[in-house]
Design a protein around this ligand. Structure first.
Ligand code: MSP
Length: 519
C-alpha cells in the first residue's frame, strides 16, 4: 500500500461571499479523508481553492464597489484563512485568476478546438447567474411574482449572444458507457441514477462562452469571448497538478483524481460536463465523484435573508474546533441531508465527547498517573475479557478502512464509539480502583489494556479531530513517529512515561447555566 497515491479535491468556492458552514463541511470531509489516507501510508494530494470568475462574482464585486481582482483577492484570502482556522491539511490552494490556471484553461480550449469539439454559434435561452447555469424552458417554474425560476430557486434571465458551443450532444452514448463501465464513478447511487436518467433524456450542445461581460478567461484567438465559468472552474482540478504539461511528475502521479467531493447541487457539472470535456480533449476522466447532502439550520434552509447563515470560525470558537469537525462528520449519514442545531451540537459535545471519549481517557490516565507511577504499566497474562477488548481495538483499522473507502465517516466514528462503550463497560466490570491493594498486578494489566485501547482510539480519531487525537496520543507518551496507522500493529511499551493528563473535551455549559455547573 505504501507507494499508493490519492488525489482528492473540494469544489472551489465562489468568492461572491464569505465562507459559511456549507463550505466548511465539504472541506472538513475532504480533510478527514485526506488525513486518513496519509496516516495509512499513502502519498496524498489534497486540493482546495477559489472560483473567481463569472457574472456572479463580477456582480458581487460591483455591488461592493470594488474592482473584480481586488474583490477576489480579499475574498479568496478569507477562504485561505478558513483552511488554517479549521486545521485543514490541503497541499495546494488554487485560485482561478492565477496565471497557471489561465494557461491550463486556454490549452484545454485549444485542444477542444483542434479536435473539432467546439464551434461558433449563438446562444438564446435562459440563464441563472446564481447557479451560473443554462436552463431549458421546460425546467423552469413561473412564480406568483411573475419571475421564472430554475429548479434551485434561482431567478433566470433571457440571454441572447454569440457563443461558442461544445458538442455535448455527441457525448451522450460515451457518457452512458462510462457510467455503465464504472459503476462507482458517481456516488451515492441515488445521484448516479439521477444523472443517468438526465443523460438518457438527451443532451444538447453546451454554450461555453459569453460576450456580455468580461470577468473571465479569454477565449484564445477571440478575446471578445470569455469562457463559460464552469469550463474554467472545472479545469482547476487538472491545472493544479500541472496540465497542460502532461509529462510533469505531479500530473503523472496524481491525474486522474481519485475523488472529487461535491455538494448535491453541482453533480451535473462534475459528472456530465466535466468527463465530456476531458474525454473530448483526450484526457482521462476522474475516478470518482461523490455528492454529499446539504445542511439546514435549526430546520430551515440557510439563507442570508433569514439571517441564519452559520459562520464556521465563530462556530468553532463557540464550541471548539474539533467538536465542530466531529459534529459535521458524525451527525448525519454521509451523503444525506441533515440539520445543524445547537441542541444536537451540545448533545454530541457533552454526550459523545465529554462523557464518552473524554471521560474514558480521563479515568484511565488519572489512575495510571496515581497508581502506576505515571508510567504505562506492565501487563501480566491477559484474561478472556482483556483479549476480547484488545481484539476489538485491533479490528478497528480494517473496519475504518472499509468505512472510509465508501466514504462513510459517520460509520467510522460509530465504530470507534462502539469500542469506547465497550471499554467503559470493561473498566466498570474490572474496577481497577478496587484492585490497588488487593491485586496490584491485575490492576496494572487492566489499566494497560485500557491504555492500549485508548492508543488505538487516539490514532484513529486523528483524521476527524487532529488536535484532540494528538493530545490524547501525547498523554499516552506517543511521539510524532508513533501516530500513524502503522503504529497500530505495535503495542504500547510498558514503562512509557505518561505526562499528567488534562481534560480532552470540556463540557459545553449554556450561558447563564454556569453558576450551577460548578457545584
Ligand atoms: N464554485 C462552485 C464549484 C466549482 S467546482 C469546480 C460552487 N461554489 S459554492 O461556493 O457555491 O459551493 C461550494 C460547495 O458548498 C458546494 O459543494 C455546495 O454543495 C456546498 N454547500 C453550499 N451550501 C451548503 C449547505 N447548506 N450544506 C452543505 N453544503 C453546501 O458551487
Amino acid at each position: 500500500m505504501s507507494a499508493e497515491r490519492f488525489y482528492i479535491t473540494t469544489p472551489i468556492y465562489y468568492v461572491n461571499d464569505v465562507p459559511h458552514i456549507g463550505h466548511a463541511y465539504t472541506t472538513v470531509v475532504c480533510d478527514a479523508i485526506a488525513r486518513f489516507h496519509r496516516l495509512d501510508g499513502r502519498t496524498v494530494h489534497f486540493l482546495t481553492g477559489t472560483d473567481e470568475h463569472g457574472q456572479k462574482v463580477e456582480k458581487a464585486a460591483a455591488a461592493a464597489g470594488e474592482a473584480p481582482q481586488a474583490f477576489c483577492d480579499r475574498l479568496s484570502d478569507s477562504f485561505r484563512a478558513l483552511m488554517t482556522q479549521l486545521d485543514i491539511s490541503n497541499d495546494d490552494f488554487i485560485r482561478t485568476t492565477e496565471p497557471r490556471h489561465l494557461r491550463a484553461c486556454q490549452a484545454l480550449w485549444q485542444k477542444l478546438v483542434e479536435r473539432g469539439e467546439i464551434y461558433l454559434g449563438a446562444y438564446e435561452g435562459w440563464y441563472a447567474v446564481r447557479d451560473e447555469a443554462f436552463y431549458g424552458e421546460d425546467e423552469l417554474t413561473l412564480g406568483p411574482d411573475g419571475k421564472r425560476r430554475a429548479p434551485s430557486g434561482a431567478e433566470v434571465e433571457w440571454v441572447k449572444e454569440p457563443s461558442y458551443f461544445f458538442r455535448l450532444s455527441a457525448w451522450q452514448d460515451r457518457l452512458l458507457k462510462l457510467y455503465a463501465e464504472r459503476p462507482d464513478f458517481i456516488a451515492p447511487d441515488s445521484r448516479r441514477n439521477e444523472v443517468i436518467s438526465f443523460v438518457k433524456s438527451g443532451l444538447k450542445d453546451l454554450s461555453v462562452s459569453r460576450t456580455s461581460f468580461s470577468w473571465g478567461v479569454k477565449v484564445p484567438n477571440d478575446p471578445k469571448h470569455i469562457m463559460y465559468v464552469w469550463l474554467d472552474a472545472l479545469t482547476n482540478y487538472i491545472t493544479a497538478v500541472g496540465y497542460p504539461d502532461e509529462a510533469t511528475p505531479s500530473y503523472r502521479r496524481y491525474w486522474p483524481a481519485d475523488m472529487h467531493m461535491v455538494g448535491k447541487d453541482i453533480v451535473r457539472f462534475h459528472t456530465v460536463y466535466w468527463p465530456a470535456f476531458l474525454m473530448a480533449a483526450g484526457v482521462e476522466p476522474p475516478k470518482r465523484v461523490f455528492a454529499h447532502g446539504w445542511w439546514t439550520i435549526e430546520g430551515q434552509k440557510m439563507s442570508k435573508s433569514l439571517g441564519n447563515v452559520i459562520e464556521p470560525v465563530a462556530t468553532a470558537r463557540k464550541y471548539g474546533l474539533d467538536p465542530v469537525r466531529y459534529f459535521l462528520l458524525r451527525e448525519l449519514p454521509f451523503g444525506q441531508d441533515g440539520d445543524f442545531s445547537h441542541r444536537a451540537m451540545v448533545g454530541r459535545i457533552n454526550g459523545d465527547l465529554a462523557n464518552g471519549l473524554g471521560n474514558l481517557a480521563q479515568r484511565v490516565l488519572t489512575q495510571i498517573q496515581r497508581n502506576c507511577e505515571a508510567k504505562a504499566p506492565a501487563p501480566g497474562a491477559f484474561s478472556a475479557e482483556d483479549s476480547a477488548l484488545l481484539d476489538k481495538a485491533s479490528a478497528l483499522l480494517a473496519g475504518c478502512r472499509a468505512d472510509m473507502a465508501v466514504p462513510a465517516p459517520h460509520a467510522m466514528l460509530e465504530r470507534l464509539w462502539a469500542v469506547i462503550g465497550e471499554a467503559d463497560r470493561y473498566i466498570n466490570a474490572q474496577a481497577p480502583w478496587k484492585l490497588k491493594t488487593a491485586d496490584p498486578a491485575r490492576m496494572a494489566t487492566v489499566l494497560y489494556v485500557a491504555a492500549e485501547v485508548l492508543r488505538h482510539l487516539g490514532i484513529l480519531v486523528q483524521p476527524v479531530m487532529p488536535g484532540s487525537g494528538a493530545k490524547l496520543l501525547a498523554a499516552l507518551g506517543q511521539g510524532e513517529g508513533a501516530r500513524d496507522f502503522a503504529a497500530l500493529a505495535r503495542r504500547l511499551a510498558p514503562g512509557t512515561a505518561l505526562p499528567a493528563p488534562t481534560a480532552l473535551f470540556p463540557r459545553f455549559v449554556e450561558e447563564g447555566a454556569a453558576a450551577g455547573a460548578g457545584r
